[in-house]
Design a protein around this ligand. Structure first.
Ligand code: HEC
Length: 128
């Protein structure tokens, strides 16, 4: 009887520990604050405004053969995998905010580029 209780107790303990954590692994993006919002532009497109930024600053590490973190930014479909049209919580926005992990990879005027990315995703509804 004692042995049986011990087994039941151990099983309960294991279950508690296994279910105690968050269902998805924690991401560094969870703590990112959105401090650079757009300027309200509703006419940006992927082809005209976003592809050039990706090509200059991102595809070196996020392309078909090298996909850091599983992210591929050399095609519209690849970019859309980290974008939810209209949502400022899109992974692409969080990663490129000033306290996001990829901001430092933006060349030239980083603030302007972060604004352009925000405006494209949120205000221009991620138009192709
Ligand atoms: C020098 C290589 C390099 C460049 C250039 C680069 N990245 Fe990354 N990227 C990484 C690495 C490594 C990771 C995974 C580790 C991390 O999150 O810091 C990553 C992760 C990411 C993630 C996933 C973040 C997450 O936590 O889910 C996104 C989105 C991303 N990068 C977007 C971009 C964008 C947009 C650019 C261009 C502004 C860019 N990256 C430029 C190397 C790079």
């Amino acid at each position: 009887m004692f042995k049986l209780s011990l087994v039941v107790l151990s099983a309960a303990l294991v279950t508690t520990i296994a279910c105690g954590g968050s269902p998805t692994s924690p991401s560094s993006l969870d703590s990112v604050q959105i401090t650079v919002t757009g300027t309200g532009v509703t006419t940006y497109t992927y082809t005209k405004d976003i592809a050039p930024i990706m090509a200059a600053d991102c595809v070196a590490c996020h392309n078909a053969s090298l996909k850091e973190s599983g992210v591929m930014l050399s095609t519209f479909a690849g970019v859309m995998a980290v974008v939810t049209s209209g949502s400022q919580n899109s992974i692409l926005i969080k990663a490129t905010q000033p306290n996001g992990p990829m901001y430092g990879n933006l060349s030239g005027n980083r603030t302007t580029k972060a604004q352009t990315i925000y405006d494209w995703v949120v205000n221009s509804k991620a138009a192709q």
